[in-house]
Design a protein around this ligand. Structure first.
Ligand code: ATP
Ligand code: MG
Length: 457
């Protein structure tokens, strides 16, 4: 204590010891307890009553410190998965790489994990050094050292309202900085998904990435290719539905990280029309997330991959295939080429195919055909997709506007729309870019152009 005081007076900087937390009081961290989920409180209380240590941890603490209501809560404890499971009625042990316990209260899911020990040298790894399985339990400070970024390694005890900070996360929160814990290259090698995570957090929190944390990414990005496709898919989906997908993308591009890191986007971003289309789709998705509306992964991935489909579709048509079979062949090719990198679930693939297959049907505006298309269960999404195509300059906006009018009209008006001689009917879709001729018709519930579309590059 006296040593500490003397050092302080002399202005000697205390060397930080990551095995000892800095304990911050309520007055120092300023967390509003009202933002804590009552179920998270119940879990920590139950564990503590049984004599275990229990803290809210990870992203929830980070968000609480930023004054944001966390979307979900993770709990860390020294109780083992079996011990945790016994204390809650609806608790399930899941996970292979790490065993965790899912505790359910109604719709709310809480993830409860046992403190992890230091990565065991004998833990099975792939040939690139990625840890495949490691379930060693440990002390709280060891658990902190295994977390990804300093701002994600803080522990909040709602009973005492203390925050235990092992890696100077509070200082990084104040400096709005993301800093990986430990040696950056080693941490990315252990788990390359951390490279995607840092970009997502930077865009979502509007934090900068510390230089040592950012520097190795360009070189190490290809390691993402060795991560199981299902995990990349989960992380990509988190990124795309974070409400900051466009900012993530812009950050990736400005840091030169979009090559290799997000294989899916490599191709898309090379083509001017593709980039505009993706930008509009993401701006629109962000808008929906901000408004608390649901986002369909099928729509999102259909949009991201559309320009690849378009390119292949044209190639098949040029080779003499009829348009509809050509589109199906193109869809098969694109979905097949993605499946090894990105495990798109069957339901998502079906939605994507539906959306794509509907597109040529919008070109037929006579007789009973438009009425049939209206009955398609995914018509609304199909129309939103069509509107995105028009807004990106791929199609004449008149076609999208006609469908929007047709959809929103009643019987007699629909008939008169059917009588209209559509402009350029029968001509191939306009290839030239039409800029800012979009009519400001009524907006759909779905994925029409968002207000940030002006940021398109
Ligand atoms: P959000 O839920 O807002 O996306 P989060 O930080 O809570 O962000 P989760 O994926 O829910 O992210 O993970 C919870 C915590 O687990 C993280 O805050 C971090 O401490 C730890 N964690 C998650 N993934 C990793 C990883 N790949 N490597 C190391 N630690 C991780
Ligand atoms: Mg979380």
């Amino acid at each position: 204590m006296i040593k500490k005081l003397i050092r302080k007076i002399l202005g000697v900087k205390e060397k930080h010891d990551p095995s000892r937390p800095q304990i911050l009081s309520a007055a120092e961290h300023g967390i509003d307890p009202a933002l804590v989920s009552p179920h998270a409180l119940r879990v920590t209380q139950t564990l503590q009553q049984e004599g275990f240590a229990a803290f809210i941890v990870g992203g929830a603490v980070r968000d609480l410190l930023l004054g944001v209501k966390p979307k979900d809560f993770d709990i860390a404890t020294n109780a083992t998965p079996e011990q945790i499971k016994k204390l809650f009625r609806r608790a399930f042990i899941i996970g292979r790489r790490f065993q965790i316990v899912h505790v359910m209260f109604g719709q709310e899911l809480l993830e409860v994990t046992t403190f992890r020990g230091p990565a065991n040298g004998d833990a099975p790894k792939d040939e690139h050094g990625r840890v495949l399985r490691d379930n060693t339990f440990g002390e709280q400070h060891q658990d902190a050292a295994r977390r990804d970024f300093s701002v994600n390694a803080m522990y909040y005890n709602p009973a005492t309202q203390e925050v235990w900070d092992y890696h100077l996360g509070m200082a990084d929160i104040r400096a709005k900085t993301l800093r990986i814990i430990g040696q950056p290259e080693a941490r990315y090698r252990e788990d390359p998904v951390r490279m995607l995570r840092v970009v997502r957090f930077a865009a979502k929190l509007q934090f900068k990435i510390a230089e040592e944390t950012r520097a190795p990414i360009t070189v190490m990005a290809p390691l993402i290719n060795n991560v199981p496709a299902a995990r990349v898919f989960d992380e990509m989906l988190k990124l795309l539905t974070s409400g900051h997908a466009l900012a993530c993308l812009q950050q990736l591009r400005s840091e030169g990280l979009h090559h290799g890191l997000l294989p899916l986007l490599d191709v898309v971003l090379e083509q001017p029309l593709g980039a505009k289309f993706v930008t509009l789709a993401l701006a629109n998705t962000d808008e929906r997330v901000t408004q608390g509306k649901p986002v369909s992964p099928g729509f999102l991935f259909a949009a991201l991959l559309w320009h690849q489909v378009l390119e292949k579709w044209n190639a098949y048509k040029a080779a003499g295939e009829f348009p509809i079979p050509a589109l199906h062949l193109a869809a098969d090719d694109v979905l097949d080429s993605q499946s090894d990198k990105l495990a798109l679930q069957r339901k998502i693939c079906t939605d994507m195919r539906d959306l794509w297959a509907m597109q040529p049907r919008f070109e037929r505006r006579q007789g009973k055909t438009p009425y049939k298309l209206l009955e398609h269960p995914r018509f609304r999404a199909g129309l939103d997709f069509l509107e995105l195509r028009a807004a990106s300059g791929e199609l004449d906006t008149e076609l999208a506007q006609w469908w929007r009018d047709f959809y929103e009209s009643d019987g007699p008006s629909r008939e008169s729309l059917l009588q209209q001689k559509p402009r350029e009917e029968g001509a191939p879709p306009a290839k030239k870019r039409r800029r800012s001729r979009r009519k400001s018709g009524p907006r759909s519930e779905g994925q029409a152009e968002g207000p940030r579309a002006g940021e398109a590059s």
